[in-house]
Design a protein around this ligand. Structure first.
Ligand code: SF4
Length: 381
């Protein structure tokens, strides 16, 4: 996209992203107030902060899956994780929304752990490492509070017998030219990654295949992942399955000031890992990039800029407990009444208990994680 000042693809995020423009470029729909209100009414109670505070801002066909839900045809949720290392707080964004939707609507959740893909994609990781991170990441995800009875995991290397019969059919529908264009494959790209597109598509159709009826699918994901699922949507009807609907989030800025919390290379300080000990969390937050001014005097006089601040992004996702508190942080930041040091100190008081509670829930999730892994196909194909 040469005319734009940013690039967003499944393999590259660059520049300052204009999210409204990105939605136009991708041709997705605005997650507007009437649709959010409809979701709130169907789900009951209050929407979660991720929806109330605009982190999720775009969609494809959400209205259609809500129509079907109200007519007695519930959707299932699907999200995945490529296990290349420990999870950080941004990784939780799609799963926190899924957990909320599962709790409120009682819908099934399918999680895909792509240990094969990370082995193919990351030269420096062994098979044993991606498999080990797969289980470690799964404990973290299940710890968010998913219902063991309604949560199913495709752990690619363990679930291949369940996935492969459908992957055969899916793979025949996807031309190489499509995946090359979408994922930027080079002549040196290994063929595992080429086939992986089929494996990532399978969960979107798996319940329809297993139950022999159309089961709608809803995928919360970062907007950068939309091109992946355009491939899936393109082939869905040809296979006789519903096109998956999508809910897109914005990318959360990294602690080093980058526009996404990527930690590849030596950028471990760009994110808060769920396994970080309290002292590391403290250090990372204290040195995090902010929208503050260079001196206290300037900040008091001019105010700061929350929209570019990685600390404000953390308040926005989950750490401000109420919208009133979030509005106060934003207002006081902008006016200069709140200085960055105090703001970070207050945020740390929220992050530490969150990490402690998560660690305890993670231990409990270990007891049932293995039982969620799907290992057999429901039928031959
Ligand atoms: S006051 Fe807080 S939200 Fe505002 S720029 Fe500083 S750290 Fe960020």
């Amino acid at each position: 996209m040469p005319a734009e000042e940013f690039v967003v693809t499944p393999y590259e995020v660059k520049g300052r992203i204009d999210y409204a423009r990105l939605r136009e470029l991708f041709g997705t729909q605005d997650l507007d107030a009437p649709l959010l209100e409809r979701l709130r009414r169907i789900a009951g109670g209050e929407l979660p902060p991720l929806l109330r505070r605009g982190v999720y801002y775009s969609h494809r066909d959400l209205g259609a899956v809500l129509d079907l839900f109200e007519r007695g045809s519930p959707f299932f949720l699907y999200s995945g994780r490529g296990p290349s290392g420990p999870l950080h707080t941004s990784h939780l964004v799609p799963f926190e929304l899924c957990r909320w939707l599962q709790e409120r609507l009682g819908v099934p959740m399918y999680i895909q752990i792509t240990d094969d893909e990370k082995f193919w994609a990351r030269g420096g990781l062994s098979r044993e490492e991606t498999a080990r991170w797969g289980m470690e990441n799964l404990y973290d995800l299940l710890a968010l509070g998913f219902d063991p009875a309604r949560t199913h995991v495709f752990f690619d290397s363990k679930s291949i017998a369940a996935l492969y019969p459908l992957a055969i059919r899916v793979a025949r529908r996807i031309p190489y030219s499509t995946v090359k264009a979408v994922f930027g494959f080079e002549p040196s790209t290994n063929i595992g990654l080429v086939f992986y597109t089929a494996l990532q598509t399978v969960p979107c159709f798996w319940p329809s295949w297993a139950e022999e009826r159309p089961v709608p699918c809803l995928i919360p994901c970062g907007i950068d992942q939309d091109p992946h699922f355009r491939v899936t949507r393109d082939i869905a009807e040809g296979l006789g399955y519903p096109k998956p609907a999508l809910l897109h989030s914005q990318m959360l800025p990294g602690l080093l000031g980058e526009n996404a919390m990527s930690t590849t290379g030596d950028r471990a300080d760009n994110a808060l890992f769920l396994s970080d000990p309290p002292k590391t969390v403290e250090r990372k937050v204290r040195q995090a990039f902010t929208g503050g001014r260079t001196t206290v005097e300037e900040q008091r006089r001019l105010g700061a800029v929350p929209e570019v601040c990685s600390v404000w992004a953390l308040w926005r996702t989950r750490f401000a407990r109420s919208d009133d508190e979030f509005a106060a942080v934003t207002r006081d930041c902008r006016s200069g009444a709140l200085l960055c040091g105090e703001c970070k100190g207050r945020l740390l008081e929220r992050i530490h208990p969150f990490f402690e509670a998560h660690a305890a829930a993670r231990e409990r999730a270990k007891e049932w994680a293995e039982s969620t892994i799907v290992t057999a196909a429901p039928k031959p194909l």
